[in-house]
Design a protein around this ligand. Structure first.
Ligand SMILES: *Cc1c(COP(=O)(O)O)cnc(C)c1O
Length: 380
């Protein structure tokens, strides 16, 4: 499991992302093995990390692709995913993106509003095609996670609310170029309390009853992603507990004969295999704290600034006694801080600093703010 060898890392210009492909493979093997026990189908959510070597592993391990933009659909197909393995979600699909996905004949559009269904129908008709759709339903289940990564509450912008379903069915009867094949849910991310998923199952079962009562047989039930990882102890828990996760859905989802269950995992598959490696530029003694100023910042990993998220920080090169630091980046924003009051071995200019669990929502969220160069990726 992700052994970072300072000598090996020293040769690279910082900052950079280091990916442990062995850990990635072990993680994917575990996820695949546990999902296969129940014949569950897993799509990888590309938005977590869309690097080509990562996508190649996903494909080799038999995962489909879950996309939230036209360019993600394109990336999935260019990286060898079969169009019939691609699903496309998102509240704001543009005409251009929909047209591209229609041309590719992807497996399914996860539709998030009535208006979108109408536009999709119109665009499909122009091409003489029929689009397969799953309705993304907002189940009003609290994910007990950070509010910026909660998506399944009625106050969120995502999905179709339950009180709209009657009128959605009426609409679907008029739309001749969309075919309803399933229902879709995604309630949020970094969910570590499995009872949240049990609550989701209960809601899914209720929606299934509702559709059955309306004489609609759904072939596909997609319960989304959201399984969390242990950001505090990445060494002790490098691989999430996929066994418990899939077993829970197997226990609590009530399926009809022949129904296929789909998952869309992002973070849980890739977070732990990535590390952001940086060098200390300066040490600055403040009034109440010391600042360790790194050459990586929120431009390389925005999660702490965006969601106040915790990432484990290590000094890979110093063996001295521990001192307290605020570990910050060089960007001109006070939120550009990776961790406050972090205990690190006494830290000096040139030391190598590892910011762990950066494989998901790290490199993909990188920005050029302050006209920063894009950090490279290396594969170990
Ligand atoms: C982001 C997203 C996912 C993946 O979420 P993770 O928390 O990374 O597993 C799955 N489905 C949809 C629709 C998403 O937007």
């Amino acid at each position: 499991m992700l052994k970072l060898n300072p000598e090996q890392l020293q040769q690279h210009a910082t900052p950079f992302y280091a990916y442990d492909l062995n850990l990635l493979r072990q993680t994917l093997q575990s996820a695949r093995q546990e999902a296969q026990k129940y014949n569950f189908h897993v799509h990888y959510a590309l938005k977590a990390n869309a690097n080509a070597p990562v996508l190649a592993e996903m494909r080799q391990h038999g995962f489909g692709a879950d996309c939230v933009s036209g360019n993600e659909v394109k990336a999935a197909i260019e990286n060898g995913f079969a169009p019939k393995e691609v699903v496309f979600a998102g509240v704001g699909k543009s005409d251009e993106e929909i047209n591209f996905a229609l041309e590719q004949e992807i497996f399914c559009f996860n539709c998030e509003s009535k208006h979108e269904l109408e536009v999709l129908n119109e665009l499909a008709e122009k091409k003489g095609k029929t689009a397969r759709v799953a309705l993304r339903i907002n189940p009003n289940v609290n994910a007990n996670t950070h509010k910026y990564i909660t998506t399944g509450l009625e106050e969120n912008k995502f999905g179709i609310n339950s009180w709209e379903l009657d009128s959605v069915l009426e609409l679907l009867q008029q739309l001749k170029h969309v075919e309803l094949i399933g229902i879709h849910f995604h309630i949020g991310s970094q969910i570590t309390d499995l009872t949240v998923f049990k609550n989701l199952c209960t809601r899914v079962n209720e929606f299934q009853e509702w559709f059955l009562a309306h004489n609609i047989r759904l072939e596909h039930v997609n319960v989304g992603g959201g399984l969390g990882v242990d950001y505090y102890n990445p060494e002790q828990h490098p691989i999430p507990d996929f066994a418990a996760y899939f077993a829970l859905f197997n226990q609590f989802l009530e399926l009809r004969p022949g129904q296929q269950v789909h998952f869309e995992l992002g973070r849980s598959l890739v977070a732990q295999c990535g590390t952001l490696v940086s060098r200390v530029l300066y040490i600055k003694n403040g009034i109440s704290t010391n600042f360790a100023i790194l050459d990586a910042g929120m431009t390389e990993l925005i999660r702490p600034a965006l969601y106040q998220s915790y990432h484990k920080i290590e000094n890979l090169t110093s063996k001295k006694a521990e001192v307290r630091y605020d570990v910050v980046g060089p960007i001109c924003e006070s939120s550009d801080c990776f961790g406050k009051a972090v205990m690190l071995p006494e830290t000096n200019r040139g030391d190598l600093i590892a910011i762990r669990s950066a494989g998901a929502y790290g490199e993909v969220m990188a920005s050029a703010y302050n006209l920063r160069d894009k950090a490279k990726a290396i594969y170990l």
